[in-house]
Ligand binder design. Structure first.
Ligand code: ADP
Length: 181
């Protein structure tokens, strides 16, 4: 489904984030920025070693201790269709009282702000934190959709925000949330 929010289209699809042709795709990375499983593994496998090379430079320069949850950085898209990969770290779910909602919303906002700063108009997100990081999808979906809508209400310039869900269950959860928002 897609919905217009001002001049921006929010699209929800079932698919693989690595195959998206949006100018940016978002990686649900971990703090090390050195790769991992899930989305992270898929992006590094499809995008090739240039991505990891730039991640290493980011670690050596900007974030020697690792990228904190909620922050975002950009690298090349390497061999991917997307020009840029925006790496963010979602919160690890630990019951909901450890700033998880705040950090998850911050991750979405910082990715969008970085895309705007780089002049990118289209961006694809996976469902951050709902895999290895264990965030319940219903709760995460609500925060994701609301954070994006709120950002778009305050900032012009993004043409499409695409959520790429990896299962039909996740797609339904996000669709329900977008319909109700
Ligand atoms: P996190 O560590 O932030 O939880 P994961 O990559 O483990 O990130 O999972 C986030 C979500 O992305 C999960 O719902 C998972 O099923 C989904 N996912 C895994 N691989 C892909 C992919 N190639 N494209 C889109 N979504 C994916």
């Amino acid at each position: 489904m897609d919905v217009k929010i001002g001049t921006t289209k929010i699209t929800l699809i079932l698919g693989d984030i690595t195959e998206q042709e949006t100018e940016a795709i978002v990686n649900a990375a971990n703090s090390s920025l050195m790769g991992g499983g899930g989305v992270d593994g898929a992006i590094h496998r499809s995008g090739g070693h240039e991505i990891l090379k730039e991640c290493k430079v980011i670690r050596q320069t900007l974030y020697p201790a690792g990228l904190p949850a909620g922050k975002a950085v950009a690298t090349t898209g390497g061999k991917l269709k997307a020009k840029k990969v925006i790496h963010t770290v979602g919160p690890i779910w630990s019951g909901g009282n450890n700033r998880e909602p705040e950090l998850l919303a911050e991750a979405y906002r910082n990715c969008l702000a970085l895309a705007l700063k780089m002049g990118l108009k289209t961006i694809s997100f996976p469902s951050i934190s709902t895999g290895a990081y264990g965030y319940p999808t219903e709760k995460a979906g609500r925060i994701a959709i609301r954070a994006v809508i709120e950002f778009l209400g305050k900032n012009a310039g993004i043409e499409e925000v695409r959520f790429v869900l990896h299962s039909s269950h996740d797609l339904l959860v996000y669709e329900k949330e977008l319909t109700e928002s």
